[in-house]
Design a protein around this ligand. Structure first.
Ligand code: C6P
Length: 412
């Protein structure tokens, strides 16, 4: 599939008002922190504006025009998410605050069936959101968390995976794309191996849903978690996606309004799916904003978005690799939207602050992957992360900013 042409990207950039702004006086903004959160096109900003100006009401409760409109739009957003990600059924789309909350939901609800000695398999490259909920579950149940090690190129050690996947592995919880290294994991193969063992599989799609065409039914995982704000949508909304049968078998995880059928002072019964897992007033406006972001990305085409990102990030990795003083943290065969690196002699936090002075926004730190930092032997990294509206010229601006940083530090 063809990447967007430079002319098409220029046109796309017009949809993102923030990309036109300047920072630190007269510097054109170069936004390379998309793995943290993507920017929002005008249509999403307008969808939020329209909802609050026109249809704001609570859902599933009211018997008036606005409540009916808000309910219809909220449920249409659910169906849109289901269609976009190839979910088996919209009833299996539970709105959450994001990926973190989706994984916590699984650990707290599905996880109640785990027993002492059961194994939870993650990997060394996981984000804290896909580590800590499992550690909390292990503390509660006596289960054990094991991690797939990495190869020197920053990929999963597949031989070790085969050894670690055993009869006690109850769940495999893996990221599809590493936010820190950019590695794209071969999740389809790993899911089928895990399923052959009878292991439940959760895929952390925080970085993949914004960048790749995803079909959860084809992937074959049991749970898929993602966040709207990395997909050009609003913050504060995301989803856990699973089959209705699996969700039906799980107990609720939070109690309150929306999630009940009948309540007495003695006990309660639960609402149908997906409401059993959506206690309280949901995030209606942001669900509607997310639907608009999905329309926008679908119109551009996920295959073209993927091709554009691959070209951009491979070019960025090659050019950073050739830049004096730069060391790449990983050299995966397949890269998602991120490329991370160290600059010899300058702490990553200083690098990020210095390149920011040139208008270039990148991230520095442990990027919520402290076990990975331990594996890399560095407390922090620098990360440039791309979306389809970035350009190779912006990589040039990053490289120039890196050269200025080296000069300031007196490194030639
Ligand atoms: N990573 C980053 O800069 P939330 O915060 O719930 O939307 O997403 C959490 C999360 C889970 N998994 C992966 C692979 C992620 O990349 C993230 C978010 C951001 O890398 C913020 S730390």
């Amino acid at each position: 599939m063809k990447a967007f042409s430079p002319a098409e990207i220029l046109k796309i950039r017009e949809d993102f008002p923030i990309l036109q702004r300047k920072v630190h006086g007269d510097r054109d903004l170069v936004y390379l922190d998309n793995a943290a959160t993507s920017q929002k096109p005008l249509c999403v900003i307008e969808a939020l504006n329209h909802y609050y100006r026109h249809s704001n009401a609570n859902v599933h409760r009211g018997m008036h025009a606005l409540a009916e409109e808000a309910t219809a739009d909220y449920e249409a957003a659910r169906a849109k998410v289901a269609g976009f990600l190839g979910a088996p059924d919209p009833k299996g789309v539970v709105f959450t605050r994001g990926t973190t909350e989706a994984i916590n939901l699984v650990a707290q609800s599905w996880g109640q069936k785990l027993q002492s000695g059961d194994e939870i398999l993650i990997s060394v490259m996981e984000h804290h959101s896909n580590i800590v909920p499992w550690q909390l579950l292990a503390q509660r149940t006596g289960a054990v968390v094991k991690a797939i090690p990495l190869t020197p190129t920053g990929e999963l050690d597949l031989e070790a995976f085969d050894t670690l996947l055993g009869p006690k592995t109850r769940i495999l919880a893996l990221t599809q794309i590493s936010n820190a290294l950019g590695t794209v994991n071969p999740v389809k193969d790993l899911i089928s191996k895990a399923k052959a063992h009878g292991t439940t599989v959760l895929i952390d799609g925080a970085q993949s849903a914004p960048h790749l065409p995803i079909n959860i039914s084809e992937l074959g995982c049991d749970f898929f978690a993602c966040s709207a704000h990395k997909m050009c949508g609003p913050t504060g909304i995301g989803a856990l996606i699973a089959s209705p049968e699996l969700l039906e078998s799980m107990p609720p995880w939070q109690g309150g309004g929306e999630m009940i059928d009948q309540v007495t002072l003695e006990s309660s019964t639960w609402a149908d799916l997906p409401y059993k897992f959506e206690a309280g007033t949901p995030n209606i406006g942001d669900a509607i904003g997310w639907a608009s972001a999905i329309d926008y990305m679908q119109e551009l085409g996920m295959e073209r978005i993927e091709a554009t990102l691959q070209a951009l990030v491979n070019d960025a990795a090659d050019r950073l690799d050739q830049e004096p003083g730069v060391t790449l943290t990983a050299r995966p065969t397949e890269r998602g939207g991120a490329v991370s690196f160290w600059l010899d002699g300058i702490h990553p936090h200083d690098v990020a602050q210095l390149v920011d002075q040139s208008g270039v926004a990148i991230r520095a730190g442990h990027v919520c992957c402290q076990p990975l930092m331990k594996h890399l032997g560095h407390p922090a990294i620098n990360r440039a992360s791309y979306h389809f509206y970035n350009t190779p010229e912006e990589t040039g601006r990053l490289l120039e900013a890196i050269r200025i940083a080296r000069k300031i530090f007196g490194i030639s």
